[in-house]
Design a binder for this molecule. Structure first.
Ligand code: BG6
Length: 472
């Protein structure tokens, strides 16, 4: 649909950006923080450990000041479970509470709304030892953690996100260092979807609790949603795209919003004897979540064709943005119409608009983009500049599409690209940078850790100041 005139961004549109605790904070084992699964995992060869990252734990004041200089209305960050509860349950770490109080207050000092992700890929290692999400008790562990957060921060935090990219935890857990499979497990797929079920119930209960404890707050899920295209107009490719859409995307939003399993996913699980077990009360809890909005991460679309394999088996591993083959279900296809980033992820702003339209037409809830961005090698010049025109171009194209979607009458609340500041990637190190703020360090040499404003910093400042009307 071509619009002659675009509607403006709403006056209260939440411009900002995102980070996550384990990728940005550093200070991973100090001031009483317990280890998370990220601190005990073996990082991919040639990439940095997660002990210092961008050192935001010690430099949050400087970082929030820079965000304020850009004009942020919102800062999306996550709270590290094991900084608050070192063992995952039990004793609360007062220094952990203090840190997030300071961070929240620092944001509010500049009129920046904190948008808090409750769980971003960092299960306390102590809970992994107790069976992780595979243990039915994980539901209570998470709800207890939610309660501690609501009690301590709920007087100031109005926007909450439950679980970051639950779909990626389920589909590509090993790549991001999060999947825990107990010894002796004989049906891995069933185990994974049982864990997924526990997360879904935990998320639903946390949303219900949020509404009960903080009636003025708003809460929503934050999956990674990428509309899936069929590789051709062959009818079989459309069926494959429906399969992939259901397994990758709609399962998570159907559950968060309607509290029911997507029928295609259920049929796929039946085929594998992998349907999760419900306990009494689960169905009711799932129906009682009622999110206030949908947060979603978007990097690119996915394209698939029909899989010619007849024997249903496990998918071959990829990463967050690649669909490899799931035999008999779909097969990833490199879209020849799209360019790719230096790290091989396709770039598809038009697909962003289609994704927003599709989500809204299915769920009719206001939406906030909780991640979107370009991972690239950046170079700091001798005079302290980073000329990241490639990132500006990527962001400009995507912001334009938000305006198109707004004009399509999609209800958009805000935009939080990844990432506010350089941080360590899930599996490709600090060299894959996304930030508006450059952090002076390399993979293994921590250098000065000083902050520098990239060209995109100055550009985004102007975008925010004009409420998206000047993207030049
Ligand atoms: C999302 C995650 O999958 O994508 C982030 O929520 C992550 O944690 C981001 O960093 C970019 O991915 P990557 O693999 O380039 O770090």
């Amino acid at each position: 649909m071509y619009h002659k005139t675009l509607k403006p961004f709403p006056a209260n549109f939440l411009w900002g950006a995102s980070t996550s605790a384990y990728q940005v904070e550093g200070a991973n084992l100090i001031d009483g923080k317990g280890p998370s699964c990220q601190d005990v995992k073996k990082v991919p060869e040639g990439t940095s450990e997660l002990d210092v990252c961008a050192d935001q734990y010690h430099r949050y004041k400087e970082d929030v000041k820079l965000m304020a200089e850009m004009g942020f209305k919102v800062y999306r960050f996550s709270i590290s479970w094991s900084r608050i509860l070192p063992e995952g349950t039990g004793e609360v770490n007062p220094k952990g509470i203090q840190y997030y109080n300071n961070l929240i207050d620092e944001c509010l000092k500049y009129g920046i709304e904190p948008l808090v992700t409750m769980f971003h890929f960092d299960m306390p290692a102590a809970l992994d030892k107790r069976g992780s999400w595979g243990n039915r008790e994980s539901i209570d562990w998470f709800v207890n953690f939610a309660k501690v957060m609501f009690e301590n921060f709920g007087d100031r935090v109005k926007y909450w996100l439950t679980i970051n990219e639950q779909n990626m935890l389920t589909l590509v857990g090993p790549v991001i260092g999060t999947l825990y499979i107990p010894e002796g497990c004989t049906n891995k797929l069933k185990e994974i979807y049982q864990q997924n079920h526990h997360m879904l119930v935990a998320q639903a209960k946390a949303m219900e609790l949020c509404h009960k404890m903080l009636p003025n707050a708003k809460i929503g899920p934050a999956p990674n949603i990428a509309l899936v295209y069929p590789a051709s107009c062959r009818p079989e490719d459309t069926t494959a795209a429906q399969n992939c859409n259901a397994i990758r995307n709609w399962l998570y939003l159907d559950m968060a919003v309607y509290g029911r399993y997507n029928n295609l996913v259920w049929s796929y699980l039946e085929e594998h004897d992998a349907c999760p077990e419900f306990e009494p009360g689960d169905a009711e809890s799932l129906k009682n979540a009622h999110p206030d909005f949908i947060g979603f991460n978007y990097y690119n679309t996915v394209t698939v064709e029909a899989s010619t394999q007849t024997e249903l088996k496990e998918a071959t591993p990829g990463d967050q943005q690649s669909a490899n083959e799931m035999a008999g279900v779909y097969k990833g296809f490199r879209n020849p119409n799209l360019t790719v980033t230096e790290f091989g992820w396709e770039i598809d702003p038009q697909g962003f608009r289609s994704t927003m339209r599709e989500i809204y037409s299915r769920y009719h809830l206001p939406m906030i983009v909780t991640e979107n961005g370009l991972g690239a090698y950046d170079t700091l010049t001798e005079d302290g500049k980073v000329h990241d025109d490639y990132r500006i171009e990527y962001l400009r194209q995507h912001i334009k599409m938000i305006q198109e979607a707004i004009t399509d009458n999609v209800e958009m609340m805000g935009y939080c690209p990844w990432s506010a500041i350089d941080l360590v990637s899930t599996h490709e190190g600090i060299r894959k940078r996304y930030g508006f703020i450059y952090v002076d360090r390399d993979e293994f040499d921590l250098k000065t850790l000083n902050r520098y404003r990239k060209d995109s910093f100055h550009w985004y400042k102007k975008v925010i100041a004009t409420n998206g009307s000047n993207l030049d």
